[in-house]
Write a protein that binds this ligand. Structure first.
Ligand SMILES: Cc1cc2nc3c(=O)[nH]c(=O)nc-3n(C[C@H](O)[C@H](O)[C@H](O)COP(=O)(O)OP(=O)(O)OC[C@H]3O[C@@H](n4cnc5c(N)ncnc54)[C@H](O)[C@@H]3O)c2cc1C
Length: 402
């Protein structure tokens, strides 16, 4: 009898990376994906030095560097010209930078590696539920896969809106965030500054982000990811009110210098909608079942950490699997090793997001008064850039070791 494999549900960043890291150790893995033909699409991502380190360990960093755009600085201000954020990676470490990359480019690299490793990737296989016992886990599928599958363990990597997560006997809650965004990738206009992620804010109600993100495939067209924040109440009907022209007018009023990029928007179908959820779990394991990625700790994208955290989850999981312990022990140790880092970023995201996406008045006012000023103090700047770089495991002390 062959050794029963580990099932991974979801082939986004978390699931694909976990499948790769485990397969590299020789662990038999089956990867299940609900979408019949997954497409390499999705918002531009800022890959932090921590996520880059995991890609390096997978042998995928050179490919990502060739497709992505190195970013040295994050700069955000108000229409009145008040600096809110001004962070340079090199002030933390001369070798650090953010990598702006299209999600499609990253997924292309991960999926190619999966195929090289020969990981069975079952597409169009939506997992509907599971039961675990002392010896393994049984997966049930939504039609058209009526036969349940038996596995040694189960890793849930099916995103923030997972309906499988509630099958874990762990205290948890997931709250859809009241704000979302529309985004797209547009061509780079001549003379555009490619070294920085640029943001413009009006209180916490309006936010335009422009991030150079390289190209989706070799020799492709280089792009800029445009991110426009919207409350969920407006996200569902922006095509009617204010419509594409109205939205473009709002963008141009907020940030006139962005006009050459915004001019690339000529059809509402270019803009994709993004909704996110804030996911909290008391721990991420329950016997033979583990949750990773957004399924375990979904958060708003304000801190630019979600894909990085997913990559680190996969890396730490493989480090624990390497010990050869049984799956419940591996998963319990994983929770222990991921705790400080994940708790810090969940708290930071919950604390900071209302300053950037909300109807609040006082929080963004305080942000505008103090962030720019505080950022000029070396200690505060270092803490802010360490937070952005993904290395922090505590509010004052603690640095992630991979
Ligand atoms: C607008 C926006 C900007 C962002 N910017 C950044 C950034 O700059 N930096 C960063 O690091 N992160 C960023 N993120 C976050 C990042 O995209 C996510 O954290 C990351 O993609 C999560 O990956 P995941 O694999 O956990 O989940 P997902 O990407 O959601 O993948 C889940 C997969 O599971 C599949 N699935 C779902 N249910 C089932 C089922 N029942 N059976 C089988 N398969 C199933 C889905 O089809 C999907 O393929 C951003 C997110 C958004 C929305």
């Amino acid at each position: 009898m062959p050794e029963p494999s580990v099932a991974i549900v979801g082939s986004g960043v978390a699931g694909a990376a976990a499948a790769i890291r485990l397969a590299e150790l020789g662990v038999p893995v089956d990867l299940y994906e609900a979408v019949p033909e997954p497409q390499p699409i999705g918002a531009g991502l800022l890959l932090q030095p921590t996520g880059q380190q995991v890609l390096q360990a997978m042998g995928l960093l050179d490919g990502a560097l060739a497709l992505g755009q190195r970013l040295g600085r994050l700069y955000g201000d108000t229409p009145q010209g008040r600096t809110v954020l001004d962070m340079s990676y090199e002030r933390l470490d001369a070798s650090y930078f953010g990598l702006g990359i299209q999600r499609g480019a990253l997924m292309g690299l991960l999926w190619q590696r999966l195929q090289q490793l020969g990981v069975p990737w079952h597409r169009g296989a939506a997992v509907d539920g599971f039961e675990q016992d002392d010896a393994g886990v049984t997966l049930r599928f939504a039609r058209p896969r009526p036969v349940p599958a038996r596995h040694a363990a189960l890793i849930l990597a099916n995103g923030s809106f997972s309906r499988l997560r509630s099958g874990m006997k762990v205290r948890q809650h997931a709250r859809t965030f009241p704000w979302g965004a529309v985004w797209t990738v547009l061509p780079v206009p001549p003379g555009f500054e490619l070294n920085e992620l640029r943001q413009r804010f009006r209180a916490a109600r309006q936010m335009l982000g422009l991030m150079p993100v390289g190209c989706a495939q070799p020799q492709g067209e280089w792009g800029i990811n445009l991110f426009w924040s919207l409350p969920l109440t407006e996200l569902s009907h922006w095509r009617d009110t204010p419509g594409l022209d109205g939205l473009k007018r709002q963008m141009a009023e907020l940030f006139p210098a962005a006009a050459p990029v915004v001019d690339g928007l000529h059809d509402a179908s270019q803009l994709r909608e993004a909704r996110y959820a804030d996911v909290w779990m008391e721990c991420w394991h329950d016997g033979r079942v583990l949750a990773i990625g957004d399924c375990a700790h979904g958060m708003s994208p304000q801190l630019g950490q979600g894909a990085n955290l997913a990559l680190i989850d996969a890396h730490v999981l493989a480090q624990q699997a390497q010990t050869g312990a049984d799956w419940p022990t591996v998963f319990a140790r994983y929770t222990h090793h991921r705790s400080a880092h994940l708790r810090f970023y969940s708290q930071a995201s919950r604390g900071l997001t209302p300053m950037f996406q909300s109807d609040a008045v006082v929080a963004p006012w305080l942000r505008d008064q103090f962030f720019g000023w505080g950022g000029r103090l070396p200690f505060i700047h270092k803490q802010s850039i360490a937070t952005l770089a993904g290395t922090k495991t505590g509010w004052l002390f603690g640095r992630l070791k991979l």
